[in-house]
Ligand binder design. Sequence first.
Ligand SMILES: Nc1nc2c(ncn2[C@@H]2O[C@H](COP(=O)(O)OP(=O)(O)OP(=O)(O)O)[C@@H](O)[C@H]2O)c(=O)[nH]1
Length: 335
Amino acid sequence: MDNNSTTDGQRKATANRDSNAKTKMRLDEKITSVAFGRSTKIDSDKNAPRIRICVLGFTAVGKTAVVVRYLTNRFIGEYCSGKDLLYKKTIKIDGFPSQIEIADTSNKSVNRVDLSSVLISVLRLNSITTTNKQAHVFVQMSILADLSFPSVHVSWADACIIVYSIESSASFEAAATMLEKIQSIKMPFYHPVLLLANQKDLEHLRQVRVEDGQALALQNNCHFAELSAAEDLDGVELTMTALFRDVRTLKSQRTAVRQKKPSLMHVTKLFSSLIGRSSSSSSFNETDTEKPKLKSSSTASSLHTGDECEIKVNTPTEKEVKSNKGIKKRPSFSL
Ligand SMILES: Nc1nc2c(ncn2[C@@H]2O[C@H](COP(=O)(O)OP(=O)(O)OP(=O)(O)O)[C@@H](O)[C@H]2O)c(=O)[nH]1
């Protein structure tokens, strides 16, 4: 009995030490990791563009292993998972700093719906005939499967990395479904996705051919790489950097387009000046050369106050009219 409790105590102490070591590993090299959704100060260049990545995939395919490998250059073997984590680091891409934020999602996350408990309540609620019950459960299951999908993380991200393992065809099928869901969330915009086949070192256990991965990536217009987080440090580095570069280029292109887009103010001004010009040209053909100015003034004021100010400078106010200020006086003749 005593022996057992001592062993338990020792096991707990070892587990604590291990988890502390893992946390330490995550926090060095200026990497911050927090629960997804919490805000932290980033110890970095605030002007550097931000790149947000969401890593998702089937259970135990090496999502955390890939992220930690990229951020720390290390492969540890066992990772404390079970919750969604957000890693932050400032890196240089082609010599320019970028703030990288990587959301590492976990299928065991307590933040998302606890599938088993919801499923049990669904089954309890079903007091109908067996056939109907089966159909019902099937529908509920598909809804629940959707609830487990990290839609919030995907919407938040600029790009996604879907990880599967070459030794698990189930993880490959899950990756295909996730790809579809991402496209449906991000439509109609192009959203960079990296389809990452991990655990390449387990060649003898391979279930997914490299051609199948390539074909799926091609069908969905996304990046593809097959590597091993355990053995291929350069591969992880190059693949991730290529994705970040793609995101950065895309973001700067979108910003440029947004800046070029005429603002509402611009459009209104343009419109009012066009209306002003057209009305003035039509009235210009009439008789009085002074009239267009007055007409354009009234049209502009109803459309845009900015133009009104400009034009009013030349238009005498009621007060000015009364005091005869601002009106060209006719030369007076005295007999
Ligand atoms: N052989 C080999 N094992 C790997 C590789 N990448 C990860 N693993 C192992 O796969 C297991 C799962 O790795 P994790 O990184 O925790 O996987 P995960 O997808 O984050 O897991 P969940 O968040 O629990 O879904 C661990 O035991 C890792 O050591 C790899 O490239 N090769």
